[in-house]
Design a protein around this ligand. Structure first.
Ligand code: ASP
Length: 367
């Protein structure tokens, strides 16, 4: 058995065996908090943005970051923090979520969102809603007030009405520049990537002072989508995942590839296995498959994953997306309080804040 589990751990982590992490909790957050947000990734270059656009995006990101950070600094929950941040970005027309969502092929809007609680691994998601002003609120209601994880279309709207979630006419989501993108796409037979140049999905991930994590993502999807297409944003494990034992992840990018790689869950799973391998080296005992699961297995020794190792894992998964032909990015927070980005596009609208004093927003890849 020892041989099997050793081989499993080696094969599963793939790259980590040589690394032995200290079991002291020096890298752990001391009741600290962290938050990361994104507003989409893509071909975002300095010369393609006016100074006004640049400043407006930064201001919008900062407002979202500040709203989430305040919740966390006051001792609030990771779930409340990500909701606060995402609400601001859903209401901001510059991002492809809520107001400002891209158009479908039929010039309508179909919105997707998901949320996950890393403490319980409860999750909620909605796909293809057309009248819900803030889909992230509906996703949370699915999680807390329904026996389901995902609702779609008309049924989701009926549930929203029953739950008293704010509904708006579909025209609320209209914006001139998104309509032009659809028209350009149709006229020149372009792909969504060509017309949008960037993904504008929004997301947030947080670790709160109680050690709990949460992740959420909200989007209008991709310009010109048809046939009820659903991307990764509302798929738990693809666009969103949170597990207090490992990390919280929210993604943006070409959804089909993120679904195929299972990006958000893949990053969390690799982090859990990294801990298992670290425990094996440090405590000289073999982690078993059940030891990856704190509920039933023997208690795992505390292993802190350094920031660089967590970054390597996120980068490796994003490289996998790229190898298949996809692009985009992720934001990640870990139990140690690291707040990371990884993206394989020119830029990503992003921000992070922590109790250790980090507070930044950024757009381009070189900043
Ligand atoms: N991931 C989203 C989707 O495929 C698009 C985006 O990130 O903007 O629906």
């Amino acid at each position: 058995m020892r041989g099997f589990f050793t081989r499993f751990a080696i094969a599963a982590s793939g790259f980590a065996l040589a690394v032995s992490y200290p079991v002291s909790a020096q890298d752990h957050a001391q009741a600290g908090w962290s938050l990361a947000i994104h507003g989409g990734a893509g071909t975002i270059a300095r010369d393609s943005m006016t100074p006004e656009e640049d400043a407006a995006h930064r201001a919008a990101l900062q407002a979202a970051l500040d709203a989430g950070a305040k919740v966390l600094a006051d001792g609030g929950s990771a779930l409340d923090a990500i909701e606060a941040a995402i609400l601001i970005m859903e209401d901001e027309p510059r991002f492809n979520a809520g107001k400002g969502a891209v158009y479908t092929w039929d010039a309508t809007h179909e919105l997707d969102a998901s949320i996950m609680d890393g403490r319980t691994r409860d999750a909620g998601a909605v796909a293809g809603v057309t009248t819900v002003r803030n889909p992230i609120l509906l996703a949370r209601k699915v999680m807390t007030d329904s026996p389901h994880v995902m609702l779609s279309g008309k049924g989701a709207e009926t549930f929203a009405a029953e739950q008293g979630i704010e509904l708006v006419p579909p025209s609320y989501f209209d914006t001139e520049f998104r309509l032009k993108a659809l028209e350009r796409m149709k006229a020149k037979q372009l792909s969504a990537l060509d017309v949008d140049l960037k993904f504008g999905t929004v997301g947030a991930v947080a670790l709160d002072r109680h050690g709990n994590m949460a992740a959420g993502t909200s989007t209008g999807g991709m310009t010109g989508k048809r046939w009820g297409r659903v991307g990764d944003a509302p798929i738990i494990g693809a666009g969103t995942y949170a597990d207090d034992r490992a990390c919280a992840v929210s993604a943006t990018g070409w959804g089909e590839f993120f679904i195929r790689v299972g990006v958000a869950h893949e990053i969390c799973a690799r982090l859990r296995m990294e801990k298992a391998v670290g425990a094996m080296s440090a405590a000289d005992r073999i982690p078993t498959l059940v030891a990856l699961d704190h509920h039933d297995g023997p208690e795992m020794p505390e292993v802190a994953i350094p920031e660089g190792a967590a970054q390597d894992i996120a980068d490796a998964v994003m490289n996998d997306v790229k190898a298949l032909g996809g692009d985009g990015g992720v934001i990640v927070v870990t139990p140690e309080g690291h707040a990371l980005y990884s993206f394989n596009t020119a830029g990503m609208y992003r921000g992070r804040a922590t109790s250790a004093g980090v507070n930044e927003v950024a757009i381009y890849g070189d900043e």
